[in-house]
Structure formats: C-alpha cells, structure tokens
Design a binder for this molecule. Structure first.
Ligand code: HEC
Ligand code: HEC
Length: 459
C-alpha cells in the first residue's frame, strides 16, 4: 500500500515535470495542447495524492507499450544534412516548396500534390502532376521520422527524396541545371542561398553551364542528357551540389510538419500521470479499439512505436486493380544503393554512422517484391484514400481488408507477410478499431507553415 502511494506521488511529480516540459516546448506544441496544459496542471495541484486513477483494461506490459506510443519526441537528427535544423534553410525550403517556378512548365510546386490545406496530400487515388503517376501521394505529416522515403524506400534521406519529383517528367518535369540558374538569376533566392551555403558557382558562364540539363539514363539522346554529359565533371559536381542543397533546405522545412498531440497522446499522458478521470475525447470504443490494435487484430506488429510504423516494408497483398506491376521494395533497394545522392555519396554531410549502416546492410532481395513501406497511422483518419495505389477509400474498408483479406493478391511469386491472415473481426471490433484510429488525429497546421513566406531570406 505504502509502495503504491510512493509510486503515486512519483507519478504526480512526473506529471508536473511533463507539464513544465510542455510549457517550455511551446514553440512546437500546437495551441490545442497548450490550452489544456494549465488546466491539467492546476487540477493536479488540488487533487488528493491518493485519488484512484481511472479504470482501464490494460496490463503492465500493454501499459508500457501505450505510454511509449504516446510519446513522440522531436524528429531524429539527420547528420547527412548539415542544415537540417537551420532556420534559414527551413525558410528557403518553405519558399521553394510553394514555388511553381521549380518546374518545367512553371505550374507545378510540391504543394500541387502535398497541399497544406489538405493534410499535405492531394486526396487522389493516384498522383497527377504533368502526367499521372502509378502511386498514391503520401502525406507529409511526420515525414522526418522515417528511415526510408517513398512507398518503396528508394530514398534514404529526406533531402535526397525531394530531388526526385523535381526531375520526374510526370511531376515537376524540370532539371537541375535550370533550377541552379533559377537560384542564380533571382536576387532574393541567390541571397538566401549564399547566406547559408556560400557563393554559388559562376552560372553566368553559358559555355560551362548550359541553361538546361540532367542525366536521363533511359534516353541518352535526350537533349538534356546530351547537354549534361558534355559538361566538365567538376562543373556537373558543382551543379549537383546546388541541387542537393535545395533538397536540404526543403527537408529542413519538412522537418516542421509534425503531429504528436492527438486525443490518443492525451489519453496516454493521462495514464502516465494516473489521472482520476479519462479524457472525454478518448471514448470507450477507442479504448476497445486500442486493446484490439495491440492484441487480437495484430496491428502493432507492424504499426508500432510512437509514429505507428516499424519503418520497414511488407507485402500486405492489397489488391491492385490497375494491375500495375510494381516491384516495390525490390526496385527501391536497387535505386537507393545506386543513387549518387544517397547518404553515403559525395553530397552527404556525414556518410558514416547510421547512413552508412543503412546502405551497407541493405540487401537486394527477390523476397522484397511488392513490399511497401508501413505508413504512420497518425492523421491517417484525415488522409484518405489509403495504400500505395489509393486502393481503399475509408478506414473502415482498410480494416475490413485486414479482417477478411477479401480480394487479396494470390500471385505465387510474391512473399506475403505471415501476419497477413484473416483476422475475422466482428462488426463491433471493426468499428472499435476505426474509433481508435480516429483518435490519432492532430492535424492543426501552424499558420506559419500554411503558405509561401513573403521572402526566402530570414533576417
Ligand atoms: C505530382 C504529384 C507530386 C508532386 C508535385 C510532389 N510529390 Fe511528393 N509524393 C508524391 C507521390 C505520388 C509520392 C509517393 C511516390 C512513390 O512512392 O513512388 C510522394 C512521396 C513524397 C515523399 C515521401 C514520403 C514518405 O513518407 O516516404 C516526400 C517526403 C515528398 N513526396 C515530398 C515532396 C516534395 C518536397 C516535393 C516538391 C519538391 C514533392 N513531394 C512533389 C506526389 C508528388
Ligand atoms: C504485416 C505488417 C502490417 C500489419 C500486421 C498491419 N499493417 Fe497496416 N499497413 C502495412 C503496410 C505495409 C501498409 C501499406 C500497404 C500498401 O500500401 O500496399 C499498411 C497500410 C495501412 C493503412 C493505410 C495508411 C495509409 O496512409 O495509406 C492503415 C489505415 C493500416 N495499415 C491500418 C492497420 C490496422 C488497423 C492493422 C491491424 C488490423 C494493420 N494495419 C496491420 C503493414 C501492416
């Protein structure tokens, strides 16, 4: 009994510390969370120390898992990007993210598909820029917590990811030389760039730096490829460096797109503190859904940790009505190993440590065919449709698929994940799982991230 009381006081102290941390953390905490903090802190002060915590069905093991899931910290450091946390880089990156001049036609920006008013995605099944793509646009909520990027993980850093749509003819349809010239020719962009990275190369020298060019491996006669390969190797390296730096600025901006104050997080915090009452926005159906998520429905086996993903790839046998042959992780692994912009390449700011281990131990494995990245489930309730081709329109449909596996692919050459077995959930269980997923929403986009800043230069 005494032990219990001591533990309880410890919990209260921890709760108060947490409230202080939240107050200090106010730069990052959305208003919704701040509004509740002072109230919680003052209730704590007047509460008798031995008040009974609210009832819940979780054992100690499950409790530990829940507390960990409800504690998403700051995005992990990215040593491959020296400006990842430089506010000047984030400002320039945000400016570029909204800038349609970063395209072959002057009409496409990152926001064309990752719209901040639409939870950083486009609501379409398949993405469409200058042409239609064969995959669904991923939301950028919590993107910086990933280990690999894209559905197939063909980028190993957030900054190298950004370079790919910029040159994809179906997306921005531009090229690295044109982008370097854009920065060089616009006084504000040039100032912003040079304050962060130092002088740009002498792009005014048209003999050395043609107006357009990029490697086009699958079409060596493409004029952009011809122009690119005719350049001196060190000049190409200089343009690559500028291009990589643009990606690093965009990544610095994307690191701010964070969601970690959902109803579920408040529930976990209340459990952690031993509050006498459960938060009202975590209804009994969500409690039941959480139980299923950890238990019978086996969701946590892949969607685990505070961002609800194992950061790995699985073949979930989701039906592909378009019959697109998508190699998934198998192709992604090959591409990321080859990329000159990967974390161990010449444009990485730290090709050692984690970056090196990721690439070195990445096997090119036939078993990885049709495997796709486990998405985070934070904000999934507001980012329909779902899966790599937008196969499902609602969370209800997704959960029903896990329940019955109806329509699952049967290709024998694929290696389905052993966890993909029908879960035979009841109607009540399906509804509860959906109710739980709906508590993972914190979709308030801070005002300062919603639009293009007036200037790319941070004073
Ligand atoms: C034409 C629509 C379109 C445009 C424009 C576009 N994207 Fe995307 N984005 C997508 C699609 C589709 C995917 C998934 C593609 C895949 O897996 O092959 C994606 C994936 C991503 C990812 C990976 C997310 C993850 O969880 O792995 C990031 C980051 C991203 N885009 C950022 C950007 C940035 C930055 C820009 C601008 C430079 C941009 N996108 C422009 C459609 C677009
Ligand atoms: C074997 C690992 C695994 C298990 C177990 C698993 N998932 Fe998934 N989940 C994935 C992968 C991988 C994807 C992406 C699949 C694709 O795009 O083809 C995904 C996609 C999703 C999506 C769509 C998210 C989005 O943004 O597109 C939701 C929602 C989801 N899972 C919920 C669940 C729930 C609920 C359970 C438990 C019933 C569960 N998952 C069990 C691996 C898993």
């Amino acid at each position: 009994m005494n032990e219990k009381r001591a533990a309880r006081s410890l919990l209260v102290v921890a709760g108060l510390l947490l409230a202080c941390r939240a107050a200090l953390d106010s730069n990052h905490a959305p208003a919704r969370f701040l509004e509740t903090t002072p109230v919680e802190a003052s209730t704590r002060d007047t509460e008798p120390v031995n008040a009974a915590p609210f009832a819940h069905p979780f054992g100690d093991d499950q409790l530990a898992i829940i507390l960990a899931m409800g504690d998403l910290g700051e995005p992990p450091a990215d040593p491959t990007n020296a400006v990842a946390d430089d506010p000047r880089a984030a400002r320039l990156g945000q400016y570029l993210f909204f800038d349609e001049r970063l395209s072959g036609t002057g009409k496409i920006a990152c926001t064309s598909c990752h719209d901040p008013r639409g939870n950083w995605t486009d609501g379409r099944e398949l993405a469409s820029g200058l042409a239609q793509l064969t995959r669904h646009t991923q939301s950028l909520w919590n993107v910086a917590y990933n280990r690999w990027f894209f559905w197939d993980g063909r980028a190993d850093t957030l900054w190298s990811q950004a370079l790919i749509p910029l040159e994809d003819p179906r997306e921005h349809g531009g090229n690295r030389l044109a982008y370097a010239h854009l920065i060089h020719g616009d006084p504000e962009l040039k100032t912003a760039y040079e304050r962060i990275f130092g002088p740009l190369p002498d792009l005014a020298d048209a003999d050395r730096f043609p107006p357009e060019g990029r490697p086009v491996e699958d079409d060596p006669r493409h004029p952009h490829h011809v122009a690119w390969t005719a350049m001196a190797e060190e000049d190409r390296a200089q343009v690559n460096r500028v291009f990589a730096n643009l990606g690093k600025c965009i990544a610095a901006f994307e690191r701010r797109i964070v969601s970690r104050r959902s109803a579920f997080d408040r529930y976990a915090a209340a459990l952690r503190r031993g509050d006498p009452e459960a938060p009202a926005d975590f209804p009994p159906a969500a409690v039941r859904g959480l139980e299923l998520f950890l238990g019978k429905a086996q969701c946590r086996n892949c969607h685990h940790g505070p961002n609800f993903t194992d950061k790995e790839f699985h073949n979930t046998l989701v039906p592909t009505p378009l019959s697109i042959l998508d190699g998934g992780r198998f192709d992604g692994s090959k591409l990321v190993k080859q990329s000159e912009f990967n974390g161990v390449g010449p444009y990485s700011d730290d090709p050692t440590g984690e970056a090196e281990l990721k690439i070195r131990y990445l096997a090119i494995d036939g078993h990885d065919h049709a495997k796709f990245k486990t998405p985070s489930l934070r904000n999934a309730a507001v980012t329909a449709p779902y899966m790599h081709q937008g196969q499902f329109g609602t969370l209800d449909e997704v959960v029903r698929f896990y329940s019955t596996m109806e329509g699952a692919l049967t290709h024998t050459q694929h290696h389905p994940d052993p966890l993909m077995q029908p879960r035979n959930l009841t109607e009540e269980e399906i509804a509860s799982l959906v109710a739980f997923l709906e508590t993972l929403v914190d979709d308030r986009v801070p005002d300062e991230l919603r639009s293009q800043p007036a200037s790319p230069v941070l004073d």
